[in-house]
Design a protein around this ligand. Structure first.
Ligand code: ARG
Length: 582
């Protein structure tokens, strides 16, 4: 158990031993430090149960607390608030314990298997800003879950199924009608055919084909037919489709890698749809499919629904499966192959209805046991200064690459360290750009929209990724310089600046708990800023390495080391890499 949790439990026991029953004691550093480092409000709350004067209750608790040497400066304020601080001895001890092993400041959770779906990039289409948020939040949640002891797996769940690919192939046919893929009589090996198409071509082909289909019914019909051929694994078309997916997937992987995002499972919707026949059978056996103007739907409305709940479209009248059906197939596939306890979908909040319908339909068919959690972890949009979802200057969807370039150009300007040569500078600017973007993306509660403000995100001052990187690198360089002293333990600290750091360190397990509970990284992002700026205030006041009092110097070095370790740990949770220098 972490130190803060142990402390909370012990104080709870103290309150109980004083004769009052409490369920839980929460400790949070007080913002009235003049009164004490923590404030207990329990006496006030106990009044209702015990019908006693709150000051009397507080007195009973305080006299018990006074027997415990970990607490100092215990006093009662106002009608019955108990204030207290932590003794120096105890403070040094817990800091040393955390320095010894950072796990002493982390509470592992009961292990469970979680599949986190946070990819969703679409094959043959450029990744856009929405995919960025899925990737950032999902990757960080996965890392947090792993840190807390869950067995967490990321699933890329690529969009490789359905009409868009039919359109792309239709356009390829237009451009290269003589390709053997379109030759029904071809009997050779498709893998020997050179496809004169790159990922760049694909990104240009899709929007073009989609526009053409809007103008020509015939073109659209062709694309529909091709889509069906792909889905039926028809020779030629299916092989070309596989090739296109391959080209695109390589690029998608590269995109995610650049963001320091990775997946354990690289399934696409088409892989999930391999389970369609099994899925259909389940729904048919349970008589859950209703006819609706030629289509087959699942009624998912429930008694008491306040908002309209349209039926889930299972099969269109032309026999093709919907987006909802691909997600139902994915649930079945995951159940069969992984049997997870929970499935989290880190997807744009605007898809809430889609997931509500899908989860309800999955429950009706009992695709998973009732206690398996399926949760849409929705997020808000990244907006432009006009408050609308961020677009390119001409109003188009902002691709991830364009966005990254914007940020990179800004962070490149910030790297002024002369000991970095041009090649390295580019690498560093890239890492700082990812940090700037990720930190800005994770800082607001995930459900809220936020505004893309590049100058602000890339600033070296304030609540930004670059500020955290810069400060963390500076801690590292201090530690390098201090190596010769071989500092081992904290035995002495000077004033409140260090105490602030210590209390913030102690608070970490509660921050992690609340973060996984809310499935949002905002508190961790805030915490990193708080710890770092606490440390920087201390750093500005003191000369650590040249301090003459040896005990103090070594204590400061160890304190720096603990802060550095926590920063590295949490930056890693956020998926942010720290360069050697910047
Ligand atoms: N490919 C979809 C899109 O770009 C996102 C997929 C989200 N994940 C899911 N399991 N439905 O909108």
């Amino acid at each position: 158990m972490s130190i803060i949790k142990e402390l909370e439990k012990d104080i709870k026991d103290i309150v109980i031993s004083a004769g009052y029953d409490v369920e839980k004691v929460f400790l949070e550093p007080s913002n009235r430090r003049d009164l004490g480092e923590y404030q207990l409000n329990d006496a006030m709350q106990l009044v209702r149960t015990y019908h006693k004067n709150p000051r009397d209750i507080a007195n009973d608790i305080v006299s018990k607390m006074e027997e415990d040497s970990r607490f100092t400066n215990i006093n009662i304020a106002g009608p019955g608030f108990i204030n207290f601080s932590l003794s120096d001895e105890f403070t040094y001890n817990f800091l040393n314990k955390i320095d010894e092993d950072i796990n002493n400041n982390i509470d592992k959770k009961e292990s469970k298997k979680v599949i986190i779906d946070y990819g969703g990039a679409n094959v043959a289409k450029a990744l856009h800003v929405g995919h960025l948020r899925s990737a950032n939040i999902g990757e960080a949640l996965k890392r947090l879950a792993l840190l807390l002891g869950y067995d967490a797996l990321g699933d890329a769940h690529l969009g490789d199924y359905g009409r868009p690919l039919g359109l792309v192939l239709r356009e390829i046919k237009e451009r290269y009608p003589d390709l053997e893929y379109f030759n029904e009589d071809y009997s050779g090996d498709y893998s020997e055919i050179e496809l004169p198409i790159t990922n760049k071509d694909l990104e240009e082909i899709y929007p073009l084909a989609s526009n053409k289909a809007k103008e020509s019914e015939e073109y659209l019909e062709d694309a529909r037919e091709i889509t069906t051929k792909i889905q039926k694994h028809e020779k030629g078309y299916y092989d070309l489709w596989k090739k296109v997916v391959e080209i695109s997937k390589d690029d998608i992987k590269k995109n995610y890698e650049d963001l320091n995002v990775s997946f354990e499972i690289w399934n696409g919707e088409s892989d999930e749809m391999e389970y369609f026949d099994q899925l259909l059978q389940i729904y048919e056996e349970k008589d859950l499919l209703k006819d609706s103007e030629g289509a087959r739907v699942v009624e998912v409305v429930k008694e008491g629904d306040k908002a309209p709940m349209p039926p889930l479209l299972f099969l269109r009248s032309n026999g093709s499966a919907s987006y909802e059906t691909t997600d139902l197939a994915a649930i079945l596939e995951r159940k069969i192959n992984f049997d997870p306890d929970e499935m989290w979908y880190v997807v744009d909040g605007r898809q809430a209805l889609h997931f509500e319908q899908t989860f309800r339909a999955a429950r009706l068919a009992k695709l998973v046991e009732d206690d398996v959690v399926m949760e849409h972890v929705g997020f808000g949009t990244m907006n432009g200064k006009d408050g609308k979802p961020f677009k390119t200057r001409d109003g188009g969807v902002m691709s991830l690459k364009t966005l990254m370039k914007l940020v990179y150009d800004e962070t490149y300007k910030k790297i002024t360290n002369e000991s970095i040569d041009e090649e390295e500078k580019k690498e560093v600017a890239k890492m700082v750009a990812v940090a700037a973007l990720k930190y800005a993306d994770l800082l607001p509660y995930r459900g809220t929209d936020y505004i893309f403000e590049i100058e602000k995100f890339a600033d070296l001052e304030g609540k930004t990724g670059p500020y955290l990187l810069y400060s963390t690198i500076r801690m590292k360089s201090l530690l390098n310089k201090a190596q010769e002293f071989d500092a081992k333990k904290i035995t002495k600290l000077k004033n409140n600046l260090e105490k602030d750091i210590a209390l913030t360190i102690l608070d970490l397990p509660n921050v992690l708990d609340r973060s996984i509970e809310a499935k949002s990284l905002n508190e961790i992002a805030e915490y990193l800023y708080k710890l770092t700026s606490n440390y920087n205030s201390f750093y500005a006041e003191n000369r650590v390495v040249t301090e003459e009092d040896e005990d103090l110097r070594n204590s400061w070095i160890v304190l720096t080391r603990v802060v550095y370790k926590i920063n590295m740990l949490l930056l890693d949770v956020l998926g942010i890499k720290v360069p050697e220098k910047m």
